[in-house]
Design a protein around this ligand. Structure first.
Ligand code: SF4
Length: 385
């Protein structure tokens, strides 16, 4: 066997002899290349009784996961090399553009494979982001959403920070008439300074997307998240004190391994108690390379489904309450597309979908709207001249 950095063994287990050949191949590969990454995939993984003897291999993927191999292996090799940051922004929507400012992550939350697959955190420089924003504005866009894997770690490799970026953007584009949304930011990385700048800014929208994942401290610990519920609720409190109309969205994972009824109830009660407007809930699923995949006491699909049902009901209640709170207020809306029944839609600065009389407004325009009535999934409003 030739000297290699990476060996992929695509196994067969149709007969006892095929299984034996796979075992021989694994031991030959190990002997000839003690430092190589070895990935074993295919039927042997699914059917062999002695698969646990091979925990020392870099990857063991059954048939239903083998298509993930490329992204996983990219992650394996990224451990050994520094990656470059490649900026990008979207041009496929008329009004909004997604600007990538950061990639990768240095955290290893136990349910997540992103840090494995995308490598360590790296980002653009503040100057480069400002230049990209100017280019996007020149393309006629009115709203830019900062994206990345963990945008709160922006700048850590260049001696800059996300707080400095927000401050620079706020200063440079104060009179530009454009809107910037921050995208999802880890709660512990949302500094008080960012909240303060946002509260006073015309440019940074009062819309915070703070992943929560669980409202139970014991589950957060098992997830290896870097905050607890006390920190999360304190961030919400500061945001709402400075900006009572701000939107706060929370991501949630339902049915994390070992999530007991009590832990789920803690999550439910916590969500009820904090001033969030939107909940994006996902059912937990095992991912290759994620530590939690090997955690015991998996939650049954029926239990997870019932918990999701309760969370989705709570999400509707929260969103409705937020819409009600905003009735009678005047917000800025960026108009987007026309609908058949004479309304033009857009999102408010605090991320409420709003519909106004299409005869009175053009698309891709920022207008002032008084929120007057809750419709099905939006709020109807009157344009204030
Ligand atoms: S969940 Fe987010 S912070 Fe945690 S490892 Fe994945 S990308 Fe990083």
């Amino acid at each position: 066997m030739e000297e290699s950095d990476l060996i992929i063994i695509h196994s067969c287990a149709v007969t006892a002899s095929a299984e034996k050949k796979t075992r021989n191949l694994i031991s030959k590969a190990k002997k000839a290349n003690p430092d190589a990454e070895i990935a074993l995939l295919g039927c042997y993984v699914d059917v062999s009784k002695d698969i646990d003897n091979y925990n020392d291999l870099s990857q063991i993927l059954p048939n239903d996961q083998k298509m993930d191999l490329i992204s996983i292996l990219e992650g394996q090799f990224q451990k050994h090399r520094e990656l470059k940051f490649h900026p990008a922004y979207s041009r496929n929507m008329r009004t909004r553009s997604f600007l990538k400012i950061q990639d990768g992550c240095d955290h290893f939350c136990t349910y997540c494979t992103v840090a494995h697959a995308r490598g360590r955190s790296r980002s653009d420089s503040i100057d480069a982001v400002l230049t990209n924003i100017e280019k996007i504005i020149d393309g006629g866009y009115k709203e830019i959403i900062f994206t990345g894997v963990n945008i709160g770690t922006f700048g850590i490799k260049n001696g800059e920070s996300f707080t400095e970026l927000i401050s620079a953007v706020d200063k440079k584009f104060a009179e530009s008439g454009i809107r910037i949304r921050m995208g999802s930011i880890e709660p512990e990385l949302l500094t008080d300074e960012i909240i303060e700048i946002t509260a006073k800014s015309n440019v940074i929208m009062p819309h915070f997307h703070l992943p929560l994942q669980s409202g139970s401290d014991s589950v957060l610990e098992r997830m290896k998240r870097k905050y607890n519920t006390a920190l999360y609720s304190e961030k919400c409190r500061i945001i709402k004190t400075k900006m009572p109309h701000a939107a706060i969205a929370a991501d949630l994972i339902v049915g994390f391994p070992g999530e007991t009824n009590d832990e789920f109830q803690e999550t439910y009660d916590f969500l009820k108690s904090i001033p969030i407007s939107f909940i994006h809930a996902f059912t937990y699923s095992d991912r290759p390379l994620a530590k939690a995949s090997s955690f015991p006491n998996k939650v049954s699909p029926q239990t997870a489904k019932e918990r999701m049902r309760r969370i989705n009901n709570l999400a509707k209640t929260k969103e409705l309450a937020f819409h009600k709170e905003n009735l009678g207020t005047t917000r800025s809306i960026l108009t987007e597309s026309r609908s058949k029944d004479g309304l033009i839609f857009g999102f408010s600065d605090n991320y409420i979908k709003c519909g106004v009389d299409a005869k009175k407004a053009k698309g891709n325009t920022i207008i002032c709207v008084k929120m007057v009535e809750i419709a099905s999934d939006f709020v109807s409003g009157d344009i204030i001249v």
